[in-house]
Design a protein around this ligand. Structure first.
Ligand SMILES: NC(=O)c1ccc[n+]([C@@H]2O[C@H](COP(=O)([O-])OP(=O)(O)OC[C@H]3O[C@@H](n4cnc5c(N)ncnc54)[C@H](O)[C@@H]3O)[C@@H](O)[C@H]2O)c1
Length: 398
């Protein structure tokens, strides 16, 4: 098949490579001209996609990146994989989805299979994509297949992670299955796009709420003078009815801090309060302040005038993604309280106009995220260590 993918970020490029690997001819459309040039030079910007694989597909003529919207018309499957962030008031920002729909309206003349993989609330495919595009009077097939990719996860990938499909018509579902079955092992059809969309945001809400629960529990355990992590590990020995989650400095990335607010938004519209989501947001967003409070208390009462290195600033291990990372709030709070703060993360390298610095020489090390290969001896050599990750024995932490 000839497949166009709108958005070449974490999701779009992953699907592009999956589809090219299955023998499809893929164009990766992105408005970011710099990214398009980088991809066409065979350089991947995401973990898990090797430059050599990308270059191989380009050489074979099965992948090309483009920022020319007129290319979209030549492709029979169009996949939307654009950002779905929150606006300043933490409400859904569907402007990128609407831009993608506009691009299709203006550039696509014949009937296509249009699939949305961007995460959004139930009703998005029907009301925010199909409704936009039908103004161009072409009758497309529409399906929703929310992406579940977990960047950096070596066990679960686009091939072996079960994929949900819901369509606006039975024909759309048949066509979407035909496409995905070429590179996904397990496809599950649900009765409507709304069910697929809601399943995706419920999955991430489930994580958000459970992470908040263990974050709150970790604070209770610390106040009781017991190790929250030891309790959680002990609870996890129960072979049924318990699922382990780890406490930490907050939640980051494009999904867990964002997606539940999409559910809360529609819940509010239909008059049902999403109380768990609201409370989980509060708990998770307050974790950086809790970390800084503990660092102050554990390092002699005040960080003022001390040199602090924050180790690991991406939001999770072994990825360079800093979106919504709680490290930002930890650093800002430490600085507000008079500490001189540097950060160390060679995977991230450059962030917020600053560069990764050495660990050695700091009075205090705060480990926010632990990547493989980080020099833990250098961390332990700092005067005081606070570990948010549970990887360092014998130091203070969550
Ligand atoms: N990153 C993840 O782990 C993950 C996992 C599952 C689902 N998702 C969801 O997938 C969607 C995409 O996320 P992502 O992480 O790939 O985002 P991303 O920011 O990594 O990539 C999005 C890309 O879309 C491009 N873009 C923006 N507007 C565009 C437009 N109008 N036309 C063409 N390109 C455009 C951007 O330049 C960017 O390269 C979101 O809804 C997200 O919630 C992400």
């Amino acid at each position: 098949m000839r497949v166009a993918i709108i958005g070449q970020g974490y999701v779009g490029l992953t699907i592009a490579v999956g589809a090219a690997g299955a023998g499809h001819t893929v164009v990766g459309f992105d408005v970011n001209g710099g990214l398009v040039a980088q991809l066409n030079a065979g350089r991947s910007h995401i973990e898990g996609i090797r430059d050599s694989d990308l270059a191989g597909f380009i050489d074979a003529g099965s992948y090309l990146a483009s920022s020319d919207p007129s290319v979209l018309d030549g492709y029979e499957v169009i996949v939307i994989a654009v950002p779905t962030p929150l606006d300043e008031d933490r409400n859904p920002d569907l402007s990128y989805v609407h831009e993608a729909a506009d691009l299709i309206s203006k550039n696509v003349k014949d009937t296509k299979l249009i699939i949305n993989e961007s995460t959004s609330y139930p009703g998005t495919l029907r009301g925010e994509i199909a409704a936009y595009i039908t103004t161009s009077s072409v009758a497309h097939f529409y399906a929703s297949s929310p992406e579940r990719v977990d960047p950096g996860n070596e066990q679960w990938n686009v091939k072996n992670t079960p994929r949900l499909i819901g369509g606006l018509s039975p024909e759309a579902v048949v066509k979407a299955r035909e496409f995905y079955s070429t590179f996904c092992d397990n496809i599950i059809e649900v009765s409507s796009p709304e069910v697929a969309e809601a399943a995706k945001i419920f999955e991430n809400t489930f994580r958000q709420v459970n992470i908040a629960l263990v974050n709150e529990f970790a604070q209770i355990a610390d106040a009781l003078g017991i190790s929250g992590r030891e309790v959680l590990n002990a609870a996890a020995t129960k072979p049924y009815g318990f699922m382990p989650f780890n406490p930490g400095p907050g939640v980051g990335g494009h999904c867990i801090p964002v997606d539940p607010s999409y559910l809360a938004h529609v819940a509010n519209e239909v008059g049902v309060p999403a109380t768990f989501i609201k409370r989980a947001n509060e708990v998770n967003l307050a974790m950086p302040a809790y970390v800084v409070k503990r660092v102050n208390a554990g390092s002699g009462g005040s960080v003022k005038g001390k040199k602090v290195v924050v180790v690991g600033v991406s939001y999770k291990s072994n990825v360079a993604d800093t979106r919504e990372t709680p490290a930002a709030a930890v650093i800002d709070l430490l600085r507000e309280q008079g500490a001189t703060v540097t950060w160390h993360d060679d995977l991230v390298g450059t962030w917020r106009g600053e560069f990764s610095s050495p660990i050695a020489g700091a009075d205090i090390a705060v480990v926010v995220t632990k990547h493989d290969g980080v020099d833990l001896d250098a961390v332990k050599a700092c005067g005081y260590v606070f570990d948010c990750t549970g990887h360092l024995a014998g130091v203070d932490g969550i």
